[in-house]
Design a binder for this molecule. Structure first.
Ligand SMILES: *Cc1c(COP(=O)(O)O)cnc(C)c1O
Length: 375
């Protein structure tokens, strides 16, 4: 039986276990403690965000960000359609309506032109959206200068979903620090992991402090348990933060390894008929969390991404179509959508290839030879 090649699996650096042991030895097994503080500081330093709150997941971070912006039932929130469902679900948790916006071909992320169309149309229908959620999908930065210019013009706050983009930058600036707030994820499949976890980052201290308050059950300052607001149990555990501390030591290495995966695929696949890989526009630096290819069946002798995926799966190689756009998901059927079919096309033709930082050269060669068999 061949060993399975995963799409993206956890990759420990070595010191994680030591930090976790330290948490046990000092009995800091709670959702607070020195590792949590140190992990927050390490993230702040790495991203140059002024403030970071370590939370139980990226989804929780987004949920709290929307709560702090006052999103309520009946409100509308603009969200990139081409994303993972966790970008949109917190909008629904609050009884608000997601308004989905198409991608641009250059970055696969929120199209600034369609964003403007969406805002104008929602305004014409009587509602200014409460927030905008662009996503840096697969690590590729969205066009934040253009998105921020439009958001500022209409005075709509931006929450960046940088769950997949820790280490990615645009003109040298870390993703997640362009908007009012940004969220990160440390789920098991992300570029670094805490087994499960996330963070809210911002240059505005008041949001981070408020998020910590909400994430620990919104306890008022009193000797007894006293609450004036609804709270949540969303803080990161000190044990998980220990894993995160170890992972921060190898983050730059992980980015290099992921980028090397992409370069390998690019070198060997971009010459094939009908196959293309997404380049970084000038000034864009992607952590290349996942390496993806587009396959145009008309130019690839009828080869589709399904055929490629089936062929890899038969050799126990995990791969996955690009994320299915939210406006095509049954659960968001009724939500408004603004676009020109870019995201649909990406979903039809796109495939995520094994991208872990722990892939061996032999693993990559096996993936490559399986793909070449079909071409
Ligand atoms: C992983 C992910 C999230 C959610 O993060 P969790 O930590 O798993 O809750 C949100 N958005 C995107 C784009 C993601 O990939």
């Amino acid at each position: 039986m061949k060993n399975k090649i995963w799409l993206s699996s956890p990759h420990m650096g070595g010191n994680e276990q030591r930090y976790v042991n330290e948490a046990f030895e000092t009995n800091w097994i709670a959702p607070l403690g020195p590792h949590v503080n140190n992990f927050e500081q390490a993230l702040a330093k790495y991203t140059s965000a002024h403030e970071v709150a370590a939370l139980s997941s990226g989804t929780a971070a987004l949920h709290l960000a929307l709560i702090m912006l006052g999103v309520k039932p009946g409100d509308e929130v603009i969200c990139q359609s081409m994303t993972f469902s966790a970008s949109a679900n917190p909008i629904a948790y609050l009884g608000a309506t997601p308004v989905f916006v198409d991608s641009e071909a250059d970055t696969w992320n929120m199209c600034p032109e369609q964003l403007r169309v969406a805002i104008e149309d929602r305004l014409a229908k009587g509602k200014l959206p409460k927030a905008i959620i662009p996503v840096h999908l697969y690590g590729m930065p969205a066009n934040m200068p253009a998105i921020m210019a439009i958001a500022n013009e209409y005075e709509i706050p931006v929450i960046e979903d940088a769950a997949e983009a820790l280490g990615s930058t645009l003109n040298g600036q870390a993703m997640g620090t362009f908007g009012l707030m940004g969220i990160l994820s440390f789920n098991g499949n992300k570029i670094i992991t805490t087994s499960g976890g996330g963070a809210l980052i911002s240059d505005h201290k008041e949001y981070i402090e408020k998020s910590r308050f909400l994430a620990t059950q919104a306890r008022d300052n009193a000797p007894h348990y006293q609450h004036s607001e609804i709270g949540y149990n969303y803080r990161m555990s000190n044990v998980c933060a220990g894993i995160g501390l170890g992972q921060m030591e190898v983050l730059d290495e992980r980015i290099q390894q992921r980028r090397a995966n992409f370069d390998f695929y690019k070198t060997h696949l971009s010459q094939l008929p009908g196959v293309s890989l997404i380049d970084e526009p000038t000034g864009y630096f992607s952590n290349r969390w996942l390496s993806t290819i587009l396959v145009d069946p008309e130019k690839a002798n009828g080869l589709t991404r399904e055929k490629l995926a089936d062929h890899l799966a038969a050799d126990v190689i995990e791969c996955r179509p690009l994320w299915k756009p939210m406006h095509l998901q049954p659960v968001f059927e009724a939500a408004p959508y603004y676009g020109t079919g870019v995201a649909e096309k990406l979903f039809e033709n796109g495939l995520c290839l094994p991208s872990g930082s722990n892939l061996s050269d032999a693993d990559k060669s096996r993936v490559l030879s399986k793909l070449l068999e079909l071409f």
